[in-house]
Design a protein around this ligand. Structure first.
Ligand SMILES: C[S@@+](CC[C@H](N)C(=O)[O-])C[C@H]1O[C@@H](n2cnc3c(N)ncnc32)[C@H](O)[C@@H]1O
Length: 313
């Protein structure tokens, strides 16, 4: 593997690892409880998670006793994420005293009432054939705002059995706040261009990303006839206490500043020196324990529509 590739991945993997506890705090607790209640009614559910990253959602589901007996499949476009997800979940299980067995992409986690078969697969969820398998639960965590949502829903929702549960979390929705101000006009301009860069993103020539994905989800879900049960905010709110950040938050904010910088480094609309100065000032605020970051995100819980014939029995 190329050294710079490894470095780039270790940066991404590190970001996803430190993001876990920040996401734990951000997830909308009311909707999480409703989701856990619905999943709790299912007997050994099959769960599918596109864009699973390094597998932190599976850990979260077991840690919080949302699942005890389940079959989980996570899929990610990034092969290094998938390798790490397999290793991470095995180490995570062993640390907690579960019996862990691995065979290829499959990791079996058993003991103390838990019997979970996890499978981490490398693949593009937008290219996979929808007819592959049918699932009871479809998850998408910090994922849908990165893709063309109607195309993704068309590809993913047919995998969900009628009446199956979807739980789409941390869908970004158009607001990034950094406090305190550096320069009100420049702050606003940088945020505008940063959000524009999300809207202008393309993957393989296709539009891919929406800076207002959260508010647009209502329409997208309605268009496919999905039954939306709950929605609410799951904002990231990261702030220093007595000028110190909680575990992982400093590193998380470093990643956020880096992603703003890389999104705008080629912008024709921004003076590169102004961006460099602005980023340096933000890094100083971070080092001094002054920087607060808020990103508005939303969670969605619902069910796949049941065909009329099945409803009437
Ligand atoms: C922001 S990360 C979130 C990862 C994970 N859900 C988490 O929150 O830790 C988005 C993930 O989606 C993956 N991804 C993007 N497009 C994808 C696609 N078409 N198919 C599968 N995975 C994809 C990326 O590789 C990345 O791991």
């Amino acid at each position: 593997m190329h050294a710079s590739h490894t470095q780039a991945h270790s940066g991404l993997a590190h970001y996803l690892a430190v993001k876990k506890t920040i996401d734990d705090r951000a997830l909308n607790a009311r909707i999480w409880r409703a989701f856990a209640g619905l999943v709790g009614e299912l007997d050994r559910p099959h769960i599918f998670e596109p864009g699973c990253g390094i597998g932190t959602m599976l850990e979260r589901l077991i840690e919080n006793k949302v699942i005890a007996s389940a079959e989980y499949v996570g899929m990610d476009l990034n092969a290094d994420n998938i390798d790490l997800a397999r290793k991470r979940i095995a180490e995570w299980g062993a640390r907690r005293g579960y019996s862990v067995r691995t065979a290829g992409p499959t990791v079996l986690i058993e003991g103390s009432g838990v019997a979970v078969e996890g499978k981490f697969l490398h693949g593009d969820v937008l290219m996979e054939r929808a007819a592959g398998f049918v699932t009871d639960v479809l998850l998408a965590h910090a994922f849908l705002d990165l893709v063309d949502i109607p195309a993704a829903l068309n590809r993913l929702m047919p995998r969900l059995r009628p009446g199956g549960i979807f739980y789409f979390t941390l869908v970004f929705d158009g607001l990034t706040i950094l406090e305190p101000e550096v320069d009100p006009e420049l702050d606003a301009e940088i945020m505008r261009l940063y959000h524009d860069s999300m809207d202008e993103r393309t993957v393989a020539g296709q539009p891919s990303g929406d800076s207002r994905a959260g508010r647009h989800m209502f329409r997208h879900l309605q268009e496919i006839g999905a039954e939306l049960l709950e929605s609410g905010s799951s904002d990231w709110v990261v702030f220093p206490r007595q000028r110190a950040y909680a575990d992982g938050e400093f590193e998380f904010l470093e990643h956020i500043l880096l992603s703003i910088e890389s999104a705008l480094s080629d912008s024709a609309q921004l003076d590169p020196q102004a961006l460099t100065r602005w980023i340096s000032q933000r890094r100083l605020q971070l080092e001094h324990g002054e920087l607060t970051y808020i990103a508005h995100q939303m969670d969605f819980l619902g069910k796949a529509s049941t065909p009329r014939s099945a409803q009437s029995g």
